[in-house]
Ligand binder design. Structure first.
Ligand code: GN1
Ligand code: MG
Length: 357
């Protein structure tokens, strides 16, 4: 397989060392390193069960690349490389699509957020990306995944799945299902954001975990990567996913929930990093939702894992019995801890000054 795919990019597979790379749940990724030269690439297989129209990903990134390279030639945007026939992905079978990226020399990725500075740097990069694209017409972008961060829609799906789930998993998950219904007000707020158009649609990354930032070796942020889910959305998706994944030293896979913590100073770092680029651009309505964004993303991930558990793990897969139920409970633990700090977070955000444009 690798020989055919790499040939499309005019590379000879046996000249390269190929190793699995990264920890994503959805797409598969490899690092490709030259034996005879110092060429390095990242190869990514797009999961066609999830991304039904992979071409939309390439169309979006090409449009954004054109926009940014004209206006901000110094901005590092990691676009995928063209094939010998000028395409931006290789269709290997009906279900397998591949893209090749240059590997940025001397860049590193992090899998956990260990310092406030790392949180600040990442938040600054995600904000910079959205900010540079503030003048880009967001309706020119395709939705690469429909209903991806539509919490209201996800809540409806969850309710439907609860009605149809098997008795055994329903019994096992009863407490967690009750917890999900107990926090339904979080989904109601999202419903009113959409219905009353409280905040603008922007170009949003939608997957702001720390491994989607390239850092230099001094841990200064270089740029955002993994642009499959870049599409129109609300900024609360990006800020919220940073809260979800940077605040706790233990991540969504942790089974010992006593290790889940909310580091309030890391919250401050996300606020500072994000506002360092986006402050003058955020509307009042958006600022008011800053703290809500964490609840929005943590709750959505909790019900996504719980829905998948009740659906027999068809989306995320599972490496031990009850894996997705444990992930859901982990996220509900994080949610409760986040809510316990909510008042302090509100004060931290109010203490920052909005800047007139
Ligand atoms: C998936 O595969 P990965 O790690 O990039 C998921 C995200 C979830 C995340 C949870 C397309 O992302 O929305 O937050 O798992 N991406 C998709 O780990 O569903
Ligand atoms: Mg991703």
């Amino acid at each position: 397989m690798f020989d055919v795919i790499l040939k499309s990019f005019d590379l000879i597979a046996h000249d390269y060392h190929i190793e699995k790379f990264g920890e994503g749940l959805i797409n598969r990724t490899w690092k490709i390193t030259g034996f005879k030269n110092d060429n390095e690439f990242i190869l990514q297989q797009i999961n066609k069960n999830v991304f039904k129209t992979p071409e939309h990903i390439a169309q979006n990134t090409n449009k954004i690349d054109n926009y940014l390279s004209k206006r901000y030639p110094d901005y590092l945007f990691v676009a995928s490389l063209p094939t010998v026939t000028g395409d931006y992905m290789v269709k290997y079978t009906d279900n397998e699509y591949y893209r090749l990226f240059p590997f940025i020399k001397n860049s590193i990725t992090l899998n956990t957020v260990q310092t406030r500075d790392e949180a600040f740097e990442a938040a600054r990069q995600f904000a910079k990306f959205t900010n540079l694209l503030a003048g880009f017409n967001v309706s020119n972008l395709q939705y690469t995944l429909s209903g991806f961060h539509d919490l209201s829609g996800r809540f409806e799906t969850f309710k439907r799945v609860v009605k149809n789930a098997g008795a055994e998993r329903l019994t096992e998950a009863r407490d967690t299902i009750d917890q999900a219904f107990g926090h339904r007000d979080i989904a109601d707020v999202h419903q009113s954001i959409m219905h009353d158009q409280l905040i603008p649609l922007r170009v949003v990354h939608h997957d702001t975990k720390i491994s989607n930032i390239l850092f230099d070796t001094d841990h200064k942020g270089l740029c955002v990567i993994d642009l499959d889910t870049v599409m129109p959305g609300y900024y609360i998706s990006d800020v919220g996913d940073m809260m979800r994944t940077y605040l706790s030293p233990a991540n969504e896979e942790e089974q010992d929930f006593s290790l889940i913590e909310v580091r309030e100073d890391f919250f401050a770092a996300i606020v500072e990093g994000y506002l360092s680029e986006m402050n003058s651009n955020l509307t009042e309505g958006e600022r008011e939702l800053f703290v809500y964004s964490g609840k929005f993303m943590i709750y959505m991930q909790a019900i996504r894992f719980l829905t998948d558990y009740l659906n027999n793990d068809i989306y995320y897969g599972s490496s031990y019995p009850g894996h997705n139920l444990v992930r859901a409970r982990n996220q509900f633990t994080l949610l409760e801890k986040y809510i316990a700090s909510e008042d302090k977070f509100m004060q931290m955000v109010s203490a920052t000054q909005s800047q007139p444009k």
